[in-house]
Design a binder for this molecule. Structure first.
Ligand code: GLN
Length: 518
């Protein structure tokens, strides 16, 4: 069934691009679009748990203001009235921001992150804040202090992490767009396992000001969406120079929207990274990856294998650099400045606890196991006796990994690989095995170490379990547009083959009223 001119009758099924056109043509109102998504949230989020906080009033107020401005003939930005969800890692003035941690329970930031200001300036209703692994440490969203998010394809499975909330919100049609953050794969891996699109821009391409820091040399904000074009539209809104972030690139945002609309690979040299595939990858993941490659080749792309010998050390390097930076960044949760404050009690507790004792009690109660593990690892790696052997050595290997990329990009225009070695695993399966969890990001982590842009595009369902597989496209720094062009071309070829978007094949979620919610 269709709505007026080609829009689906259920507005939550429309893409951001479709909504933006219909809003501009005044076929639909922003209030009606926003209400449809809030209703959908009421129907399904009890099962999915993508949101930690919903802001019905704020979202509807923005939507009504947009409708009013449109009626008065005000010139509005392209995505005005298109709702968006924000990962709970970005500060939102007056709206709870927890980074998935109990230590920030109830904290109301006094300011907006730059990306949030940009969403507001783009007149996009903010639906709420999405669930995540605590401080973005994890690959399953099970490390959230507020309980896990469920994968809309199979509620017993993980939606990926750390940004499982944003990916699940988009995959379950609760939001057409969402913001994620990617330090080692937290946008791309959730996109891959939920059958959605996720992009990690070039490091410095999107402001980190007001985004709660995990590992500052790796963190990058980016878009989550259901189509490559929608991801590019959101990328363009949040991207670009910000004087408040000293690592922000002072150059125009690459022409990502134009590239996503064009979607072309003819004559492009595509390098398959030998180290990011093959042994250790689930057969159905490799199969869908190979099929996608063949389609691109059929479109006139030249495929060749490239080798990046130092990638074998990427995981070890990352798990020294990340904990080191995280242990330093997380020192600010000292019971004095934000959120939780616990006074030691019990029979052993001091009568008049020192600041240090309050800090220790607060950090003990407020941080989860994974966060404590990484603070300890990082503190150890940075300690005076081991600094050179661990942190210093990891920085050298990081340079070698970046040089592998440079050498590869001398031969080809983009690099490709599967996004993850497996499809979504069962909730609980890896929670007690940190190393197994870390391996989920084996193909995404090298990209962050080198600061490059990369995109995850749905490649189909693994035959053995019927769950989504992601295809990764990596581009040179500041060539983000190139990855969108390849992603859009692949998306077009695959949706033609499937006869529609991959998410159309997802099993229905049942809403509270007992109706099919899909
Ligand atoms: N899963 C990776 C980790 O646990 C990546 C996290 C991220 O990108 N924020 O560190």
């Amino acid at each position: 069934m269709t709505h007026r001119s080609g829009l689906p009758a259920d507005l939550t099924r429309a893409s951001a691009d479709q909504l933006s056109r219909a809003l501009a043509a005044r076929e639909i109102s922003a209030a009606e679009v926003t209400q449809a998504h809030l209703d959908r949230m009421t129907g399904v989020d009890e099962r999915v748990h993508a949101f930690l906080h919903r802001d019905d009033e704020g979202a509807l107020a923005t939507a009504r203001a947009v409708d009013d401005e449109r009626t008065r003939g005000v010139d509005l930005p392209a995505l005005a009235g298109v709702p968006v969800a924000v990962k709970d890692i970005a500060c939102t003035r007056g709206m709870p921001t927890t980074a998935g941690s109990a230590i920030l329970r109830g904290w109301l930031p006094p300011y907006d992150a730059t990306i949030v200001s940009r969403l507001r300036a783009a007149r996009m209703p903010l639906l709420g804040k999405t669930n995540m692994d605590e401080f973005a440490m994890g690959s399953s969203t099970e490390h959230s202090a507020y309980g896990p998010t469920h994968n809309p394809w199979d509620l017993t499975r993980i939606p990926g992490g750390s940004g499982g909330g944003s990916a699940a919100a988009v995959a379950s049609f609760q939001a057409p767009l969402a913001i994620g953050s990617d330090t080692g794969g937290s946008i791309r891996q959730p996109a891959a396992v939920t059958g959605t699109v996720g992009a990690k821009p070039t490091y410095g391409g999107v402001s980190r000001y007001g985004v709660i820091a995990l590992a500052s040399s790796l963190d990058q904000i980016g878009p989550c969406a259901r189509t490559v074009l929608d991801a590019a539209l959101l990328h363009e809104v949040v991207g670009g120079h910000d004087p408040m972030d000293s690592t922000s690139i002072d150059a125009p945002v690459p022409p990502v929207v134009e590239a996503a609309r064009r979607g072309q690979v003819r004559g492009l040299r595509i390098g398959v990274v030998r180290e990011l595939g093959g042994q250790g990858y689930q057969p159905g993941v490799s199969q869908r990856f190979e099929e996608a490659l063949a389609l691109l080749q059929g479109e006139g792309a030249q495929i060749q294998e490239v080798t990046c010998p130092h990638f074998e050390y990427a995981l070890a390097t990352y798990y020294l650099i990340l904990p080191s930076e995280a242990s330093s960044n997380l020192a600010r949760y000292d019971a004095m400045r934000y959120g939780l404050r616990v006074t030691p009690d019990g029979p052993e507790a001091p009568d008049d606890p020192s600041n240090e004792q309050v800090m220790a009690a607060t950090r003990d109660a407020g941080f989860g196991t994974e966060v404590k593990r990484r603070i300890i690892l990082g503190t150890y790696a940075l300690s005076s006796g081991y600094y050179d052997a661990y942190y210093g050595q990891a920085q050298k290997v990081r340079t070698l990994i970046a040089q592998d990329f440079t050498a590869a990009f001398d031969q080809v225009d983009v690099l490709v690989s599967p996004v993850t070695p497996t499809t979504a695993f069962t909730i609980g399966a890896k929670i007690d095995d940190p190393l197994a969890m870390y391996l989920s990001d084996i193909a995404t982590i090298p990209v962050n170490l080198a600061g490059l842009p990369a995109l995850s595009v749905p490649a189909g369902l693994a035959p053995e379990d019927g769950l989504p597989v992601g295809f990764q496209v990596i581009a040179p720094a500041m060539a983000d547009d190139r990855m969108y062009a390849v992603g859009a071309a692949l998306e077009r070829l695959l949706t033609d083959r499937w006869g529609g978007p991959l998410l159309d094949q997802a099993p229905p979620l049942i809403d509270r009223a007992g109706k099919l919610g899909n």
